[in-house]
Design a protein around this ligand. Structure first.
Ligand code: PEP
Ligand code: MN
Length: 345
């Protein structure tokens, strides 16, 4: 931690700052410049969290040296983490290819979509049974009935399934049916939910909030890790922009930025990021080229009948085309699309 003092800080104020640091059981190093005086604090930063150093008279700025997210940081874990989702690996050179409709709908339709995306190369099937909708009058999801359909579809095609959990009280139930728990953008900072999924054994797909900084996202991952669940995959799904030409603003630079700060895998979701089918393939490819550990795409066989997010759904044949392009790029990048687990006999 470095304290920058105000340029008019008095000697008495400087002495007081040094006394406070000593009281906390830490060492200090004072450096008096012509214009600025700075105090370096040496010792365990943990001891400083509760201390309001910036409230001490004469202190202008407090600059942490270490990241506030400890378990999520590269300092804690210099090698990339590989997250295992019921046999499908994500991270460290393995790509997770998540595909499926926005919402879980009727069983036959889910079976058709899953069969097609699996054939195209997806290794995780998605679909929401609990939908966080802007309007309380919009389709809210099939709840437990949807979870059952999702699990049966996953079993039928040997694909692990990922679905959103919207409420801490639902974590146990959703964990019974899903291989991976999704925490959606709207719930990224639902700390009670993060704590609960942190206690679960299931891997978590944590989506970036639409107005969250990368540091906010990593602090939310820290909530999950701090509860003992080390299996977190991050997802860049676009942030609020000022131009309505796309649904959100795809922050592709977030991928290498996160890789420079954290060992956790990060995937991209060009569906929610752009909201437009024709923009999904170029953004999916850009995400992979930027180093993403996977791509999350919404697919529906009849978008005009979709219960949610129909306008951004790729048709199964469009996904097939994109998946084949992504396979080619993965090869060029030396990455492996994680194979599906062997079915249990
Ligand atoms: C979704 O995956 O369907 C979803 C609601 O995503 P997000 O939380 O990113 O909006
Ligand atoms: Mn959606």
């Amino acid at each position: 931690m470095i304290l920058i003092l105000q340029n008019n800080a008095t000697d008495a104020q400087i002495d007081h700052v040094l006394e406070r640091v000593e009281e906390l059981g830490l060492k200090h190093h004072l450096s008096r410049g012509t214009f600025r005086t700075i105090v370096g604090i040496i010792g365990d930063e943990e001891k400083l969290h509760a201390a309001s150093l910036d409230a001490i008279p004469g202190v202008a700025e407090v600059i942490p040296v270490l990241q506030p997210y400890k378990l999520a940081s590269l300092e804690a874990h210099p090698d990339p983490s590989v997250i295992d989702v019921s046999g499908v690996k994500i991270g460290g050179g393995y790509l997770g290819m998540i595909a499926g409709p926005c919402s879980v709908e009727d069983r036959d339709r889910m079976m058709r979509i899953a069969e097609s995306v699996r054939e195209s190369g997806a290794n995780l099937f998605r679909g929401g049974a609990y939908k966080p909708r802007t309007s309380p009058y919009a389709f809210q999801g099939l709840a437990v009935e949807g979870l059952k359909i999702l699990r049966d579809v996953g079993k039928a095609f040997g694909m692990p399934v990922v679905t959103e959990v919207t409420d801490p009280r639902l974590v146990e139930t959703v964990s019974e049916y899903a291989d991976m728990l999704q925490v959606g953008a709207r719930n990224m900072q639902n700390f009670a939910l993060l704590t609960e999924v942190g206690k679960s054994k299931r891997p978590v797909l944590l989506k970036r909030g639409m107005s969250a900084t990368i540091s906010d996202l990593l602090m939310c991952a820290e909530y999950i890790l701090s509860q003992g669940n080390a299996n977190v995959v991050l997802c860049e799904r676009g942030v609020k922009g000022f131009d309505s030409v796309t649904r959100n603003l795809f922050d592709v630079a977030a991928v290498p930025v996160i890789h420079g700060l954290s060992h956790l895998p990060v995937i991209v979701d060009p569906s929610h990021a752009t909201g437009k089918p024709d923009l999904i393939p170029p953004c999916a490819m850009a995400g992979l080229a930027a180093g993403a550990d996977g791509v999350h795409v919404e697919v529906h066989d009849c978008p005009e009948q979709a219960k949610s997010d129909g306008p951004q759904a790729l048709l199964p044949e469009q996904y097939r085309e994109l998946a084949s392009q992504m396979k080619g790029l993965a090869e060029l990048l030396g990455k492996t699309i994680s194979p599906l687990p062997e079915p249990l006999t």
